[in-house]
Write a protein of this length. Structure first.
Length: 317
């Protein structure tokens, strides 16, 4: 009879600190790969030779390495949390306004919006994130406070805040976002003032957090919707599962296929160089390294996640 395979979800099988140490050494030898985002002037100043990684488990343990306590601009990673808030507000009605398909196009693409009549392909493209922002503006009394409190509670860190300089820089350079928002509005798929929607979107992108904050804050998606930091049920297990599936198919834009192939975890990236990932029922992770590949995902962050799932067998496949 065939011996049962080992269960990769049994964390007692690994020395996680040793694994993180190995990844850190490997990554530091590759510093310089990728290119820091420079289309938002305030992001262009971030040094490229940074790497941090953190893992958070539902029992409250954290494993971290490198620059895991250095804050960075979370950018599109925020789309996971605004999607959660939008789903909390209107449930499945959200899917009348945004689709759930991978796009195969860059995050700021306008192209599908024309022939798909203002319905964004998924909630993680900029177009889809603007729908989540619009839903939040329509359904929460104080949207900014709601988002900040949500992030602080998920991270278990009252210090989480936004960076005004980044938000201003985005507002001054967000020509494509202005185009996307107006385009969607022309199909009557935005209810609020276009500038208000954009301002909320810039604010969410300017949230500043570190790898430990983000690993903790994504834990509710690994734990059936339960947030360990605040001991609250944030979403139903079903909603958590659905958000994970969207992260798998669309969280890294037109590199989602490659991510599934090499990493095999639901993940969401941002042009600040952060990537959050989820091992369902096991842990939340965050990696950060500012050099981006040509698809806008952290080059060394992707490498680190790839090495992690290879060394542990913790891919979902
Ligand atoms: O919309 C933008 O240009 C940025 N503020 C957010 C983009 C982002 O992080 C996309 N991710 N890879």
């Amino acid at each position: 009879m065939r011996k049962p395979a080992h269960n990769p979800r049994d964390l007692s099988l690994y020395d996680l600190d040793d694994i993180l140490g190995t990844i850190d050494r490997e990554v530091r030898q590759r510093f310089g790969e990728g290119k820091v985002a420079d289309y938002i002037p305030s992001l262009a100043d971030v040094p490229i030779d940074r790497f941090g990684m953190a893992l958070a488990t539902p029992d409250g343990r954290i494993h971290e390495v490198g620059d895991a306590r250095e804050r960075f601009s979370i950018q599109s990673v925020s789309k996971v949390y605004t999607l959660t808030l939008a789903m909390q507000a209107i449930g499945d009605d959200l899917w009348k306004r945004v689709d759930r398909e991978p796009s195969g196009d860059p995050f700021n693409s306008l192209i599908q919006l024309e022939y798909e009549k203002g319905i964004p392909r998924n909630p993680f493209m900029n177009a889809g994130a603007l729908i989540s922002a619009d839903v939040i503006l329509s359904n929460y009394e104080d949207p900014e406070k709601t988002l900040l409190e949500f992030m602080r509670a998920r991270a278990g860190n009252p210090e989480v805040g936004t960076d005004e300089v980044v938000a201003k820089s985005e507002r001054e350079s967000g020509f494509r976002n202005v185009a996307v928002a107006n385009f969607i509005r022309s199909f009557k798929n935005l209810d609020n003032d276009v500038q208000d929607v954009l301002d909320f979107y810039y604010l969410q992108c300017s949230l500043c957090m570190d790898c430990v904050d983000l690993a903790r804050s994504v834990l509710y998606l690994a734990d059936g919707g339960h947030c360990a930091s605040s001991d609250t049920q944030v979403t139903s297990p079903e909603v958590a599962t659905r958000i994970n599936s969207l992260m798998m198919t669309a969280g890294t834009y037109d590199a989602a296929g490659d991510f599934a192939f090499y990493v095999g975890l639901p993940a969401k990236s941002g042009v600040g160089g952060g990537i959050v990932a989820v091992v369902p029922h096991v842990m939340g992770l965050c990696v950060w390294s500012p050099g981006l590949d040509e698809k806008g995902n952290s080059a060394l962050g992707r490498y680190a996640l790839h090495r992690f799932t290879r060394m542990t067998g913790l891919s979902v496949f």
